[in-house]
Design a protein around this ligand. Structure first.
Ligand SMILES: NC(=O)c1ccc[n+]([C@@H]2O[C@H](COP(=O)([O-])OP(=O)(O)OC[C@H]3O[C@@H](n4cnc5c(N)ncnc54)[C@H](OP(=O)(O)O)[C@@H]3O)[C@@H](O)[C@H]2O)c1
Length: 225
C-alpha cells in the first residue's frame, strides 16, 4: 500500500490540485488546515472530483497538526508569510519526517507585478530546514501551476526541480513527483539552490501575467535516467 502524504494548508489554490492529482495517481492524501472543518470540506470536494474522474486513493481532511502526524511525507502548501509560525508549532510532530517545501516567497503588486521576498535564510526551504532541525527538508513543486494541477483531464506537462541535502529524500520526492502525469522530477542540487527554483517561479508568474497563461518549466538535454 502506498504511504499517505499530508498537505499543510492544503485548502487553498495549490493544495486541492495536488491532492486531486496524487489521489488519482494512487497516493492517499491528508489535507491539513488551521480549521479542522475547512480541511474536511476541502477533502470532500477533492474526493467528489476524484470520484467523477474514475476514482483514486482516499482524501481526508483534518487540522494541520493531525495531518502532519498522519503522514511520513508532509508538503508545506501555505504562503511564506505563515510558514515560521506554523512550522514552529509543528516542529516536534515533523521530526524524522520528509518535509517538502513548495513555498515561493513572493509578493504581487497590482502595478509592478510579482517580486520575490528576501528570506534571511536564503530561501523559504532553508528557513523551513532551520525551523525543523529534526526533519529532512526538500524543496519541490514550485513550478506546476495550481490551475493546471486542478484540470485532471490533461497532463501536468512540467518538470519539477528538486533541491535538498539528503540524496535519499530527494529520490523519494522525485519518485513522488513522477507519479503525476507529464511530470519529470529533476535533481537540481543542494538545498541552498532552492532559492533559484523559488525565484524562477516569480519569473513564471510574470510570464503568465503577460501571456495570460499557466506556464511550467522544461529543462532540456538532460540524459534519461
Ligand atoms: N498557487 C500556485 O499555483 C502555486 C504554485 C507553486 C507553488 N505555490 C506555493 O504554494 C504555497 C501555497 O500556495 P496557494 O496559492 O495554495 O496559497 P493560498 O491559497 O493563499 O493559501 C493556501 C492555504 O494556506 C493556509 N494559510 C493562509 N495563510 C496562512 C497563515 N498565515 N498561516 C498558516 N496557514 C495559512 C490557508 O489554509 P487554512 O485557512 O485552511 O489554514 C490557505 O487555504 C505558497 O507558498 C505558494 O507560493 C503555489
Amino acid at each position: 500500500m502506498t504511504e499517505p502524504i499530508a498537505l499543510l494548508g492544503g485548502t487553498g489554490r495549490s493544495g486541492p490540485g495536488l491532492a486531486l492529482r496524487f489521489s488519482l495517481a494512487g497516493v492517499p492524501v491528508v489535507i491539513g488546515s488551521r480549521e479542522r472543518a475547512k480541511g474536511a470540506a476541502a477533502a470532500a470536494e477533492v474526493s467528489a472530483r476524484v470520484g467523477a474522474a474514475g476514482g483514486g486513493a482516499a482524501v481526508t481532511g483534518m487540522d494541520n497538526a493531525v495531518a502532519a502526524a498522519a503522514a511520513g511525507t508532509v508538503l508545506i502548501t501555505i504562503p511564506y508569510e505563515g510558514q515560521a509560525a506554523l512550522l514552529g508549532e509543528l516542529a516536534a510532530t515533523l521530526a524524522g519526517k520528509l518535509v517538502v517545501s513548495t513555498v515561493v516567497p513572493v509578493q504581487v503588486d497590482r502595478t509592478l507585478g510579482p517580486s520575490h521576498i528576501d528570506v534571511p535564510e536564503g530561501s523559504a526551504a532553508e528557513q523551513a530546514a532551520a525551523l525543523l532541525p529534526g526533519a529532512r527538508v526538500v524543496a519541490a513543486f514550485h513550478s506546476p501551476s495550481s490551475a493546471i494541477l486542478g484540470r485532471s483531464g490533461r497532463p501536468v506537462d512540467s518538470d519539477v526541480l528538486v533541491t535538498g541535502d539528503d540524496a535519499e529524500a530527494k529520490s523519494r520526492v522525485i519518485e513522488l513527483a513522477e507519479r503525476l502525469p507529464g511530470v519529470r522530477g529533476i535533481d537540481a542540487g543542494p538545498l541552498r539552490y532552492a532559492r533559484y527554483s523559488e525565484q524562477l517561479t516569480v519569473l513564471l508568474l510574470s510570464i503568465n501575467r503577460i501571456h495570460k497563461a499557466h506556464a511550467g518549466v522544461r529543462i532540456t538535454e538532460i540524459p534519461a535516467r
